[in-house]
Ligand binder design. Structure first.
Ligand code: DOR
Ligand code: ZN
Length: 478
């Protein structure tokens, strides 16, 4: 039988899907996987990569990164952020809109698309900002190619104003028919503002005061309210950075009611705890905060049972100076994570906490499904983009901040021993990292994934009330 020849054969590795680990070769042509199978089923190829002893995973899809471009080049830009992604085995990132200017208009989004297209080493999606003042821009942002929307229910870095519940309902009504998912920073601002004022008034400046200002009820209230509004309108929502055991109840209940709601957690909520504040001081400050150790097991359990759908990082780079101030209230929130997520999670897989199939479900398949990219992305299978990370589960490393690709060389992972490293990363068939080194000339290879996104129509409900009232008012005035 005459077979078309491939550009690259990845030979002898173990191919991981959410269902199974199979010894198989992977053939790639023109950026697409054309065959997965035994030696006899493989076409000729121009190049071969020996992956014996290694695992072949779909590249991770990190739906939550802050690459700061445009606006904060000393923290990160699209080149440094996506280089960090390539090193972390991450082949697609979704960038958050709290840049300068925020990505809340079609013009700002177009400018960011140009920046990302020029600099990105990996594929990307761009969130549009859904705020009180940007609701009117939703149709233009959708036309301009957002991957989804981000709504801040609580204040965090960038001081993006938080919409009222009224504006949120309207925003959900407007977005629901578009089918796009709304990712929520689910922390209720009014609770946090009061608590922080009280703590500051009492003279608290220590790192744990940050945790005290954002108790779990902040998230429980926000998740519950967001779920209600999503249920009312049929809007799709995604709960970002789930940090507490208590949030899981409203999330589980909403899922049981059939709300189109998904959730993520990040490595720092399942691997760090309030016991680490003394050691890392301001470095560990992040929103939502790293919480008491008792939250870790319920969060792991929620990942295992599907209440939490995926792993993301909230990669939030800042400079060492911005992270090491003595007054905790002046320390910038967040730290980089896109490069360390996979090694940290593979370390836990190695320790037997979960299987490698679970990992690819959380890191690749589920993110792709939830944001309408599956099966083009998120799986190693014929017909899919050749977004692949080749992993050595036996390879160990001590994470060192100074060695990170991110411009932000400060994390609470510094000094942590990991076992399980991405060795090669391919984006649409092209090596962007090979043998733990960034490939030259891959800057600008990354592409926006919005064009391949296919969200099924949402089940819109009650979305006529407010909007029709507005339209009637306008008609009346005319
Ligand atoms: O700690 C955080 N930092 N949490 C967020 O939600 C935003 C992020 C940032 O942009 O720095
Ligand atoms: Zn974030």
């Amino acid at each position: 039988m005459q077979m078309t020849s491939a550009d690259l054969l990845i030979c002898g590795g173990k191919v991981v899907t959410p269902q199974s680990v199979v010894e198989a070769n992977v053939a790639i042509k023109d950026g697409t996987i054309i065959a997965v199978g035994s030696d006899g089923a493989m076409p000729q190829a121009r190049e071969t990569l020996d992956a014996s002893g290694l695992y072949v995973l779909p590249g991770a899809i990190d739906v939550h990164v802050h690459f700061r471009d445009p606006g904060y080049p000393h923290k990160e830009d699209f080149a440094s952020g996506t280089a960090a992604a390539a090193f972390g085995g991450v082949t697609t990132v979704f960038d958050m809109p709290n840049t300068i200017p925020p990505a809340g208009t079609a013009e700002a989004l177009a400018a960011k698309h140009r920046i990302a297209a020029e600099k990105a080493h990996v594929d990307f999606g761009l969130y549009g900002l859904l705020g009180e003042d940007t609701i009117a821009h939703v149709p233009a942002l959708v036309a301009a190619g957002v991957i989804g929307f981000k709504l801040y229910m609580g204040n965090t870095f960038g001081r993006i104003p938080c919409p009222s519940t009224g504006a949120m309902l309207e925003a959900f009504e407007v977005v629901a028919p578009t089918g796009k998912r709304i990712s929520l920073h689910a922390e209720t601002n009014s609770i946090m503002e009061r608590r922080e004022a009280r703590l500051r008034g009492a003279g608290r400046l220590d790192p744990l005061a940050h945790l005290a200002s954002r108790p779990a009820v902040v998230a429980v209230e926000a998740v519950s309210r967001a779920a209600l509004l999503a249920e009312w309108t049929g809007a799709r929502i995604h709960i970002l950075h789930i940090s507490s055991a208590e949030e899981l109840r409203p999330l589980r209940e909403a899922k049981a009611r059939g709300v189109d709601i998904t959730g993520e957690t990040c490595p720092h909520y399942i691997m760090l705890s309030s016991e680490d504040y003394a050691r890392f001081a301001g470095t560990i400050r992040v929103n939502p905060p790293v919480r008491e150790k008792r939250n870790q097991e319920p969060l792991w359990q929620a990942l295992a049972d599907g209440t939490i759908d995926l792993i993301a990082t909230d990669h939030a780079p800042h400079s060492p100076e911005e992270k090491t101030r003595n007054d905790i209230w002046t320390v910038d929130c967040g730290f980089p994570g896109v490069e360390t997520q996979m090694p940290l999670m593979l370390t836990e897989a190695n320790a037997g906490r979960f299987g490698i199939c679970d990992y690819v479900r959380w890191s690749a398949a589920n993110p792709a499904r939830i944001f309408g990219l599956y099966p083009r992305k998120g799986v190693v299978a014929p017909g899919s983009d050749a977004d692949i990370t080749v992993v050595d589960l036996a390879r160990e490393l001590t994470i060192e901040d100074a060695a990170l690709q991110s411009r932000s060389k400060i994390t609470p992972w510094n000094g942590r021993r990991v076992k399980g490293l991405p060795i090669h990363t391919l984006v649409r068939g092209r090596f962007v990292m090979r043998n733990r080194a960034l490939l030259p000339h891959t800057r600008g290879w990354g592409r926006s994934v919005h064009a391949i996104q296919k969200m099924p129509p949402a089940r819109v409900r009650n979305a006529d009330g407010t909007m029709q009232a507005i339209v009637r008012l306008r008609e009346h005035a005319a």
